[in-house]
Ligand binder design. Sequence first.
Ligand code: PEP
Ligand code: MG
Length: 761
Amino acid sequence: MSQDPNIVTRPPRLMRAIRNAMAGTESVQERLDHFVEAITEAMQVAVASIYLRRPSRELELSATRGLKKSAVHKTLMQPGEGLVGHVAKTARPLNLDDAPSHPLFAYRPETGEDKYLSFLGVPILRGGRTLGVLVVQSEDRRTFNEEEVEDLLTVAMVLAEILIDDERIGGKKAALKGITLAPTKPETFSGKAFAEGLTQGVAHLHVPPVPPSNMLSENIAAEEIRLEEGVAKLRASVDAMVSGEAASLSRASKEIYETYRMFAYDRKWVKRLREAVHSGLTAEAAVERVRNEHRARLMKSPDPYMRARLHDLEDLANRLLRALSGELTSPGKKELPDNAIIFARDLGPTELLDYDREKLAGIVLEEGSLSSHTSIICRALGVPLIGRVEGVLDRLEVGDQVLLDAELGEVHVRPVESRIDGFKLRVNIRGEVTKAYEAVKLQPAITKDGRHVSLQLNAGLLVDLPQLDSAGADGIGLFRTEFQFMVSEFMPKLKEQTDLYLQALEAAAHRPVTFRTLDLGGDKILPYMDPVPEENPAIGWRAIRIGLDRPALLRYQCRALIVAAAGRHLRVMFPMVTTVDEFIEARALFDVEVKRASSLGKSLPNKIEVGVMLETPSLAWSVRAICDHADFVSVGANDLMQFFFASDRDNVRVADRYDPLHPAALSILRFIADGCRKAGVPISLCGEIAGRPIEAITLIALGYETLSMPVTGIGPVKAAILTLDAAKLREVITPLINVDSRLSTIRDHVRQFCLEEGIPA
Ligand code: PEP
Ligand code: MG
């Protein structure tokens, strides 16, 4: 786009003055003094004052030009008190032509402000927090025009970033007596532990704020063009999401897409962005400023629906930021400090895997759910994850110290020494418990009444493989082959696939490895493939459905598996099979590849077993029929439960609503196990519940003797098995599992049994 020569390109006078005021390396106080000076001169007003919030929440007059200097650091306004307190409370500008006659006006003789009639106050916002208020006043009776209000909002934003940045740098520059703007108090947030562990580290934001050096534009017209282009790109991508040409969010429902579109086309939103750019901000800083305004306002809303809309707006703002930077690099590819604890609203599995595992200590999400793939990967990697930590993003700064207690589901930000000491003690105790598991590691998992249980690992990445030995697993019960596809920048070639499968087989040596063919779709998106937008991705075109409709990819993968397992035992299973016919069709595709390899004279696996994942209620009711065709059955309890309870495993509002220990769920699990046993087909279970002791022993009592789980589950489950009398537990629970049951869970009964029997669960 060419630039119109008539467009104003120079930033407004005020912005130039601010840029100069920013340039110095003086103390914060001098900087504030320069700011107020620059404002009075550029806006031609008699007074400019900065009020900053103390930790005790009063607003302190921290710099002024025009009011009495002697009032600086003396005048305090209570939250909500006077016009300044009102601006802070509402997080909105207040523009008055006759301030003293306003009912909220609070006269402070020490400031000498009685002679000033007009008043414009704007909040100094950062994240969802109000750091203070910036005020200009003049003697004459006037209403400040829109442009002046914009300009002052812009100055307030720049000021907020600079102040926080100065504070972060610390030292002499940061010294502003009695005031600290970044949150400093220790705070504890509660959430849900989705991947267990205890860890200490430093806060790192998945979406960091725009740095002060990138906030002020040099050329307004050029910045306006960038903004228009960014908005156009954003709208095009949102239109595509709605119309179905391409989607960047797989889980969002039509309703969410529509909300996005509504916001993307919201004239007020775009107008606010334009005004912000016009006032001298870069397009990125404009996005941030408008986002801050929304946050500060919406977070105060008592209506949860409105607060939820804030999330949509935030997503949209992040998309716009990405469109502006033209940056395709995921945030995870950027430099990470050691022991980083990532804070994000939500994180997809691909975004998670972009982070450097060596430096990643833990994850905190405002959303998330227990059986989402992000949580599964964290458990596999041993990275503690706490989700559903509401509001945490607004209460923290990059670099804050964090203790992540993913046992109790607590996040301690800026902890005091005594808390750190207590935490370290628990880390040590946990180490002791792990040592105790070490002691039983090589012992077979046999119940007190002599049932042998095979405890296997859920894996999918190279990093998982050493854990086979370290955890003492009996094999890999679920190898999620799609993980390799998700972490690659391009579709993995035959050789890359073969190499990974071979490494898994070699690491397992004599132990079995069960490869699950690609389970894509749902929340598993490939970075190099445009996902097809669907209203209900979890029950949409995913897993074996894609495999059968696009058989080339599935056959290619089968080929890699057959090559890798040459001369070895190959176990393959297909995900999300819904009808017996689907399985027969998939197996036929696999057989074609076996024949092909054989006709080419390739060495074949010495034994092949082709099984099915039982993840849909429909297949459960066809258990006898499927047993006629499958060599083994593996229950994918994560999906089976989500479909059984009609409860989206990724939806925070419903994911934990139903307990898999509900008698109805246990009935279907028992029905499947009985069906397989009668048919003489081996049965196993590989959902996340297999790794939780209470659930695991219940499954054993129902007849499951092969359980595949995240690495963290093996020790605790084995310890429980060694003290379990499975027949006795079966006797306890059998009468509870029937169609007459009104119980919504039998958890308490199993817990009580564990207490009586001394089972560590
Ligand atoms: C399951 O659904 O239980 C399962 C093991 O597969 P995934 O979690 O990968 O969908
Ligand atoms: Mg599944």
